[in-house]
Design a protein around this ligand. Sequence first.
Ligand SMILES: *Cc1c(COP(=O)(O)O)cnc(C)c1O
Length: 389
Amino acid sequence: MTNISKKFLPYGQQWIDEDDIQAVVETLRSTHLTTGPKIKEFEDKLAAYVEAKYAVAISNGTAALHAACFAAGITEGDEVITSPITFAASANCALYMGAKPVFADIDPKTYNIDPEDIRRKITNKTKAIIPVHFTGQSCDMEQISRIAEEYGLVVIEDAAHALGAEYKGKKVGTLGDMATFSFHPVKHITTGEGGAITTNDEALYKKLMLFRTHGITREKDIMINNEGPWYYEQHYLGYNYRITDIQASLGVSQLAKLNKFLQKRIEYIEQYNAAFKNIEGVITPYQISEAQSAWHLYIIQLELEKLKVGRKEIFEELVRRNIGVNVHYIPVYFHPYYRNLGYQRGICPEAERLYERIITLPLFPKMGNEDVEYVIKNVIDIVDMYRVG
Ligand SMILES: *Cc1c(COP(=O)(O)O)cnc(C)c1O
């Protein structure tokens, strides 16, 4: 019999210890709640972790994408190629700059953007590619870099799922010109809300820093005039996208635990993979040998041909059993806002097909082995119940 009395298990959640709380309290007692030393400390530690020269901490992952698009020089009339199987922010950032998001289809095996379709979607207006390391598995960055070089395009990795991920032995974060991260509570580490951009390029770094604070500079060697010690100049239309020291101190404390968090995620996905490997009707996530995923999400694909019901029924049955499943993602151009911009169904058939078949299962370091076992038991039970034949 199924035990439904269990309390609701979310698909993702933060892990906060007493020392995280202490780190925040310490900052609250200090002189700087914002624009203080904790921000630089967090940036330096994050840059060291992903082996990048520079990191810019920012108010959230969406602001990170916006800043990266600004630094890349994306402007009105440009086209930016990204995946439809992502959070809307990966495409919205192009719209913020007056550019047009262009969707390239996914590889049906990895669910990541297909380099061949990127090639097909390039026009003389294409300015940048935003590959999304979906679920934490790196995109085919070798192919993507080759295409970018061939056509002179900027590569902005949306690494919101991929803090700690590797590609060919190298940390995600410097595989393109810039990489963006998110520290929302469901991501690998959290600052409440927060984000960052990493890069090895000094010129991009300087633009990102300006964009975060209204486009204003106090650097003497950049300023056109210098009228006195009070003086500063606005050079671009930036925003107030600053992160606070309160958040950055939490970031520092969380970053020290990232490897432990990643280890837990791997432990749980290995349990999932082993349990679902031979279950007819369920496809487990395919991994390329060049990449080590950071496992932000664990997604099963349903073989609908082998089931009597659709994804919706299985999803609803899991929710009924208190399992906080999710769907990542609704193809971005399905949203009414994008439809109103003229995007139509059928642009990316593989993405649309995948969307019908996926369910995200709970995965976060703080869950226990017994939670993983509860999910496994119920997924198998439900699939058995609805399998054809
Ligand atoms: C979370 C996420 C973002 C946005 O990050 P926020 O910090 O929530 O603004 C962008 N892209 C992807 C793929 C994400 O998962």
